[in-house]
Design a binder for this molecule. Structure first.
Ligand code: GLV
Ligand code: MN
Length: 195
C-alpha cells in the first residue's frame, strides 16, 4: 500500500506538482461532498480498438479524493473476444470481480508459472504486485470487470508497447536479439502499435 496519511483526507490539487508519494491538498475550505464521489465508472468504455478492450481508471488523476488513501479502482470493458493485453502494475497488487460476461484471467509468476481460470459474474481474482497478467472475454457477449488496487496510482507497464511503441524506438538490434527474429518481424510488430 501507499504510505499512510496523517490527515482525514487530502483531496489532490492536480494543478500542483506531486511530491514523491502524493499531491498537495486542495484547501479544506473548498472541499464539498462532490469531491468524495466519482461517476466515471458508470459509463461503458469504448472498445473499438485493436484489442477490443477499454480500461477506465478511477485513480488519483481522475478521482482526486483517492490522494493519500492508497487505493484505486478501474472499470474494464471487453467486447466479445476482446482482451486487456498482458501488463503489470509496478506499484500495486490487483483484485477484481467480474460483473458481466465470461472472462479468462491469467498471470505469470517470476518463476514463469502460469495461473489462470475462466470466471463468471461475482467471481473474484487476485494478481500479486508487479506480475504480468491479462483478462480476455471468452464468452459471446460483452464482459465487464471492476478491478481494485492498493495504490492511488498503480502504474501500468504494457508488454507490447513498452518494447514496440517507445519514443524514441528501442534499437532494432536490441529487439531482434531479444526475440531471436529478423528485423522485418520487429517492424511488422512495431507497425501495429502506432508510431
Ligand atoms: C486490469 O488488469 C486492470 O489493470 O484494471
Ligand atoms: Mn491490471
Amino acid at each position: 500500500a501507499d504510505p499512510d496519511p496523517l490527515l482525514d483526507f487530502c483531496i489532490a490539487d492536480l494543478s500542483s506538482s506531486p511530491s514523491f508519494s502524493s499531491f498537495p491538498c486542495k484547501p479544506a475550505s473548498n472541499v464539498t461532498s462532490k469531491d468524495f464521489f466519482f461517476d466515471g465508472l458508470m459509463k461503458e468504455g469504448n472498445t473499438s480498438n485493436i484489442f477490443g478492450s477499454k480500461v477506465t481508471p478511477g485513480n488519483v488523476f481522475t478521482f482526486p479524493a483517492l490522494n493519500m488513501l492508497g487505493l484505486s479502482m478501474n472499470r474494464v470493458d471487453l467486447a466479445p473476444n476482446g482482451m486487456n493485453p498482458p501488463h503489470s502494475h509496478p506499484r500495486s497488487s490487483e483484485s477484481g470481480v467480474v460483473i458481466t460476461g465470461k472472462v479468462l484471467v491469467g498471470f505469470v509468476t517470476t518463476g514463469n508459472v502460469y495461473y489462470s481460470k475462466v470466471l463468471l459474474p461475482g467471481q473474484m481474482f487476485a494478481i500479486p504486485r508487479g506480475l504480468v497478467h491479462f483478462q480476455k472475454n471468452v464468452g459471446d457477449k460483452k464482459a465487464e470487470i471492476i478491478t481494485a488496487f492498493n495504490s492511488q496510482n498503480p502504474g501500468v507497464v504494457n508488454l507490447s508497447t513498452t518494447l514496440f511503441d517507445t519514443q524514441p524506438s528501442i534499437p532494432d538490434h536490441v529487439l531482434t536479439q531479444t526475440f531471436q527474429v529478423d528485423s522485418s518481424i520487429v517492424h511488422s510488430i512495431e507497425s501495429k502499435f502506432g508510431s
